[in-house]
Every structure is written in C-alpha cells, then in structure tokens.
Design a binder for this molecule. Structure first.
Ligand code: AMP
Ligand code: MN
Ligand code: MN
Ligand code: MN
Length: 288
C-alpha cells in the first residue's frame, strides 16, 4: 500500500452553517489555496453545508470527505465526536442530528438570562446577530457578542471569564450519548473519530473509559494532530492511539481567520508510527 501518512489532510473545520464565519465555498477555496489535499467540512451537529462544500471542493480539484462534529455528553463532560465519510442523507443520522440541535435555542435563552444577572443585557439578540443558521446558536456566537460589545478583549478572554462551567453564562446541556453518536456515523457508512482529546478535563480513569467505550461502540479514530494540540499533547495521544488501536486523524478546527490560531492545512504531519484514518476511508473519498 502507498504510504499516505504525509498527505496534507484537513478533516476538521467549521462554516457559517455552524459557528465558523466563512461559507462552505469560501472554506473550500481557502483549503485549496493553503495546499490541502483531502478536505472535510465538519460543522457542529449539522450537515446542511455538505453539498455546497463538496461541490466547491470538487470544482477546485480537491478530494472531499463528508463530515460533521457531534456534541456528546460523557461522564459529565462534553466530548466532540467527528464523523467522516458517511452518507449525509442517512435518515437515522439526519434525525439524530436534528435532535441534538433541538435544545440549543432554549439553552441560549437561559445563557442570556444568566448573563443578565451579572449585568450583561441583550445577549440573546446580540448573539443572534452572528448566527448564520438559526438552528445552531452556540457559545461561539455569544463569545463574538461579548467581544463586539467590549465586555471581553477576544474569544480566549471570553471562555476564561464566561460561558464555561462555574462562570456566568454557563448552562449545562444534555447532548447525544457516546454510543448513539458512533452508531449514527457508522450506520451511515462513516468512521467516528474522537476530536481534540486533550481538551477534555477527564481523570485518567474517565479518559480510559472514554476510549475503551468508544472503541467498543465501533469508533475507530482519534484526532492526534489538531489546531489546539501542543507537541507534547500530540505525543501523548500518539501513545493512546497505539494503545487503543485507533487510526489517527488530522484537522485544524479552523473557525475564522482572526479567531483561529491554526489555518486550514497548516498543521504538523501525523507521527509516522500512526495509521492515518483516511486509510479506512479510501472508498468514501469523493474525487474531482
Ligand atoms: P457549544 O457547542 O455551543 O457548546 O459551543 C462550543 C464551541 O465554543 C466550540 O466548538 C468552540 O468553537 C467554542 N469554544 C469552546 N471553548 C472554547 C475556548 N476555551 N476557546 C475558544 N473557543 C471555545
Ligand atoms: Mn466550534
Ligand atoms: Mn470541538
Ligand atoms: Mn470543531
């Protein structure tokens, strides 16, 4: 088999169909310009941008995998599971994602009410101004409102002072179950990947449970190289990938040219000891 571990794959980013700021075609053009060789748009809990992303990628000569990033509740934390290479019209997946999106507006109103208690008014309407898809109001849109209105200096400052557990504007939410999300993805012919594993605050025991249950449910991938991982975190999750027999993914998690630290395609290579997740997805890649 040809070694594809050095492929410039970027299998994680967001458009204005979720909490990114660029349209799917603008992202495709940016990925192409940055030298990406295999691309996927992975909006949160939503596949509404897939057709536009795929059509734009193919028109630019860029191979494409369908994608999404599903919000999951596991052991009291929110975990993100990326689906790649699935059939975006699969009824169980489409219905499952609609249910996960369901409570977002109610949650957003509760977040705004909590912010009002610390003197920040008009947050719901303010966040809504940044929303491209009314079904998908997220904390990122509140973060943009808090920066715009001068309450915070940037989104990093927002998530340090607001919207996270124990801080004003945080409202707990029940997302999909881990097994459910993995089944929606695999049932639609795709591969499930644990996104940005270093971002969760799990004990070693809970982290072990996450990866063993994920694997038992049929999850096959782990995002080892991603925009928010340090070199030490890449090394840590390389070992976890090998320990749990998971294939490695690579994705920037790009949201916006100013907010995101890592641009599309501008990532370190996958460590050579790992098997790339795209080896499992060769038959699902849509070629120009
Ligand atoms: P939600 O799905 O509404 O809970 O929003 C989660 C989104 O908020 C993530 O996908 C990120 O885009 C953003 N986010 C969460 N925590 C942080 C953070 N510490 N810094 C920057 N963005 C964050
Ligand atoms: Mn996001
Ligand atoms: Mn995420
Ligand atoms: Mn993401």
């Amino acid at each position: 088999m040809i070694d594809t571990s050095l492929l410039n794959a970027d299998l994680h980013c967001h458009s204005d169909v979720s909490d990114g700021t660029l349209s799917p075609p603008a992202l495709a053009a940016r990925a192409r310009a940055n030298g990406v060789e295999l691309w996927s748009l992975t909006d949160h809990d939503e596949v509404g941008g897939q057709r536009a992303a795929r059509d734009a990628a193919l028109a630019l000569g860029l191979p494409y995998l369908t994608g999404c990033e599903i919000s999951v509740s596991f052991a009291g934390e929110t975990v993100h599971v990326i689906g790649l290479g699935f059939d975006a019209d699969d009824p169980a997946l489409v219905e499952g994602l609609a249910r996960v999106r369901g409570g977002r507006e109610r949650r957003a109103r509760a977040m705004a009410a909590d912010l009002a208690r610390v003197g920040i008014g008009g947050a719901f309407e303010g966040a809504l101004k940044h929303v491209g898809n009314p079904d998908l109001i997220s904390r990122t849109h509140f973060a943009r409102f808090l920066v715009d209105s001068g309450v915070c200096s940037d989104t990093h400052d927002v998530f340090r002072r607001y919207l996270t557990e124990g801080k004003p504007g945080y409202v707990p939410h029940h997302w999909a179950g881990l097994g459910e999300a993995v089944r929606w993805i695999t049932g639609a012919g795709g591969v499930a990947v644990v996104a940005h594993p270093a971002r969760y605050r799990f004990s070693p025991t809970a982290e072990y449970a996450l990866f063993s249950e994920f694997h038992a449910h049929g999850g096959r991938g782990i995002e080892v190289v991603t925009g928010s991982h340090t070199a030490a975190e890449v090394a840590t999750y390389t070992e976890i990938a090998l320990e749990f027999g998971l294939h490695a993914s690579r994705g920037s998690d790009f949201h916006d040219p100013r907010e995101s630290r890592t641009d599309l395609g501008m990532l370190p290579d996958l460590p050579g000891r790992l098997r790339p997740v795209w080896e499992l997805l060769a038959h699902r890649v849509i070629h120009p």
